[in-house]
Ligand binder design. Structure first.
Ligand code: URA
Length: 484
């Protein structure tokens, strides 16, 4: 909101006071008034604070005419207003003034010191927004009422209002709050509202997902690729402590040199697996009469891939309308004996929730029932199953889906497609509704672990496309059920 002024457009200095933070509306009102009264930038004293002012209420100022400015100028104002620099309003008003007074194409002169400075400020805001989108982590809060997630974040600039719509789009169906030292944002699945500052201690320091993230990060951290300068440039240290997966960084970095030596010296472990030819032949004799009986057979069998401590069975109700088929259990799934509980599984759950699919009502399973890995020191490195290994497990998967009898089966990634279709089909080309030649309808989309591996700049778009696919999956399932 605009406030304060000394000399109501006489020849003296004009004091304009705006609300703390990013007061875009107040600034625009002030600019209209000042420009309409032909007050040059050098006569305006900009300040920020709560005191009431000469311009009064916002209604009182909107009668000043709108300014005819090139669109680029309006965009730059929007981008720069959240900057923390106390001079931002003065610089922006100077820009507007010059554009209105003969320099209409000023923004094209990037060598102009004012333009150069404002563009640098806009870039700083874009970077800050990117960091917030990428490094903010919600944690589940225990308590009554709907499940709620809270995140603590310290942006460099006043970007909360500009950043919040991104999280609305991404976590539309969740109740969440973002706390920052200067304001908070709250989303209740319908309305977005802004409130008072938060404190770090008001956000939970941990929740049940943390260990999974840390394990995942540790298992994907390659000590031979440690580049501290690049890590710090991408993710400044101040964000590390808010992110479960980065709490492990200092320890991993300290141990990197020694681990690299071990990697170089290490002789690969020969893995033990069951002879697939005999195993598949034996499967032909298996005639389980229920999913339970089939699962008992799978549980008793040794892996058909190297690695694994136990078989990870499918999970979900018989008759579930949708079945999701992944590749194979990962490290966490192998430890816990449940599908999709590690980082990729958590991402899948989140995307399902956003797409309106209730995880507990769907059936989740894998093409390969055992975690294929290579042991390197203490780490178990995921290995892709070969086409032969996928085909060895196919008999079980087909029986399993016969028993569950879903209307729609979703292949998550290339291995699932290979298992369901019996041949390799590129996911990027076949993404969407598919026919696997069975009694159910099919759908092909990417595997959630593919999203985790993407560079930060590409993650958001790919995640949004994944959620859009899952929404479509929900629609198709409803259509197949004869619903709206
Ligand atoms: N990836 C999969 O394909 N399945 C799981 O269960 C976990 C990760």
């Amino acid at each position: 909101m605009v406030a304060a002024g000394a000399d109501l457009f006489g020849g003296g200095p004009q004091a304009v006071r705006l609300s703390p933070g990013a007061d875009a509306a107040g600034f625009r009102d002030a600019v209209r008034r000042l420009a309409a009264a032909a007050v040059p930038p050098e006569r305006v004293i900009w300040s920020v604070g709560e005191a009431p002012g000469l311009f009064g209420t916002p209604e009182a100022v909107t009668d000043a005419p709108a300014l005819a400015l090139p669109r680029g100028v309006g965009d730059l104002v929007t981008k720069v207003v959240p900057h923390r620099d106390p001079e931002r309003y003065a610089l922006l008003y100077t820009l507007v003034w010059r554009v209105l007074h003969g320099e209409r194409r000023l923004l094209e002169v990037s060598s102009d010191p004012l333009v150069h400075r404002l563009e640098r400020m806009a870039k700083a805001i874009a970077r800050d927004l990117h960091k917030m989108h990428a490094f903010l982590r919600f944690r589940r809060v225990e308590g009554e009422g709907p499940e709620r997630f809270v995140a603590w974040f310290e942006p460099d600039h006043h970007i909360l209002a500009a950043a919040a719509p991104f999280f609305v789009g991404r976590f539309r169906s969740l109740h969440w709050t973002i706390l920052t030292p200067e304001a908070s944002a709250r989303w209740d699945t319908v309305d977005l509202s802004f409130g008072p500052p938060g404190r770090r201690e008001d956000a939970p320091a941990t929740d049940g997902f943390e260990a999974g993230w840390r394990d995942y990060y540790e298992s994907t951290f390659n000590p031979a690729r440690t580049n501290l300068a690049a890590m710090r440039a991408e993710m400044p240290k101040k964000y590390w402590r808010n992110m479960p997966e980065t709490a492990a960084i200092p320890g991993l970095v300290r141990a990197a040199a020694a681990r690299t030596e071990t990697m170089i010296e290490r002789v690969p472990q020969p893995a033990i697996k069951r002879d697939p030819v005999r195993a598949v032949a034996a499967m032909a004799d298996q005639a389980p009469e229920s999913l339970e009986a089939l699962n008992a057979i799978i549980r008793r069998s040794e892996p058909l891939v190297p690695g694994a401590t136990q078989a990870v069975l499918g999970e979900g109700p018989l008759g579930a309308p949708i079945a999701f088929v992944g590749e194979q259990p990962g490290d966490q799934e192998d430890r816990q004996g449940r599908p999709f509980v590690g980082p990729a599984g958590q991402l899948l759950s989140r995307a399902m929730a956003e797409a309106g699919i209730v995880r507990g009502e769907a059936y989740l399973t894998n093409a390969v029932k055992h975690f294929k890995f290579e042991q390197r020191g203490k780490r178990r490195i995921h290995q892709n199953p070969t086409a032969g290994e996928v085909s060895h497990y196919r008999w079980w998967l087909e029986r399993e889906l016969d028993f569950v009898a879903p209307r729609l089966v979703v292949a998550l990634g290339a291995t699932a497609v290979l298992a369901l279709a019996g041949r390799a089909i590129p996911v990027t080309r076949a993404r969407g509704p598919a026919d696997f030649g069975k009694g159910y309808s099919g759908f092909i989309t990417v595997h959630p672990s593919y999203l985790l591996r993407l560079p930060d700049g590409a993650k958001d778009e790919a995640y949004a496309a994944f959620v859009a696919d899952l929404r479509r999956v929900g629609e198709v399932a409803r259509e197949l059920a004869g619903g709206p």
